[in-house]
Ligand binder design. Sequence first.
Ligand SMILES: [Zn+2]
Length: 413
Amino acid sequence: MNFIAAIILCAVFADFLLHMIADILNLGMLKNQLPEQFKGWYDVQQYASSQEYLRVNTRFEWLAAIVNLFVFLGLWFGKGFPMIDLWVREISASPVVSGILYIGVLFILKLFISLPFSIYSTFCIEERFGFNKTTWRIFISDRCKQFVLAVLIGGMLLGGVLAFFEYAGPHAWFYCWIVIVVFMVVMQFVVPTWIMPLFNKFKPLDSGELKSAIMAYADSIDFSLKNIFIMDGSKRSKKTNAFFTGFGRHKRIVLYDTLVKNHTTDELVAVLAHEMGHYKKKHVLWMLLTGILQTGIMLFLLSLFISSPILFEAFYIKTPSVYAGLIFFGILFTPIDFFMGILMQYFSRRNEYAADRFAVETTKDSGSFVSALKKLAVHNLSNLRPHPMYVVLNYSHPPVLERLAAIGKVGKV
Ligand SMILES: [Zn+2]
């Protein structure tokens, strides 16, 4: 085993153990009583059910993590990577074609392993806790559409990256970066207008009390808003949500039908005020820019590692190739990815506080926002008291009690 292999192995086990420890600490917090702020919002039965939901999901994630770890180690030390390499080289002499095949085989393998888990999660866990509304028909059609999209879009992008690194010389990483940045920007428009409608129906919000209230609020903060849509989220789950996509004239706000059903007009305006706050405070733009920067750094590092023999030796491959280098670099990147993920989530949580603050200050109605947050937490069986270490590792949003406390402080100023 060489030096790179040792680093990767340590990183993979460290990542696994850290998440395990955070999970155990997180479950340990469940012995706590119902927090004061949620008295009257949760009955004893429901609160117990939310705790059980966390327990069941954590155990399920452990099983998935263990299976994934074993498959990866089996593939690695069972010399699976060179075996697939030999096979794709026999099929095609073109490094781009064999590269797409190589990564395609690994992609399909990953898909097959994750399939039973996603079936169990949807039809057993979500079903048991009363969330699931996905039928087998929807489930299968979703998977097929996702597969076709991944093959078309992913295949095209991958072919481009492989061809650049194969033929474009030492600046390949830079050309790739340009292409990927253009792709990321184009996708900001393509995803909401072309891809999301493949999975859900988006109906413009009808005129009425809700629409006038939202429009009046948007005007009050000088936010030009033309597109408000209701999405049939109830097609798959009873869980509630709202989100925001796009830039400029193309920006749109989407409300799940489940959310509209469960909340008052004032609460919905408060939720959307938070979403518009993300846009006004330029969080959406910053997220895109950090994504672009992150991609550039990754591609540059990739260009340094992609021809180093030690990386290929670590996975028992004798003839280096761009495609295998891409996969192995991705694996070697795990520890950097881990720290980058923690940092990004930290910024994301900070942005959530800022958007909450924006919503409360501009609507001047902290009561509606507080009740919206509480309803969301109760309805979706959110964990009210996650362990701080678990939050650092996994949460893109602050825990609801901390958000409520922060809003309380805004209200007093
Ligand atoms: Zn947010």
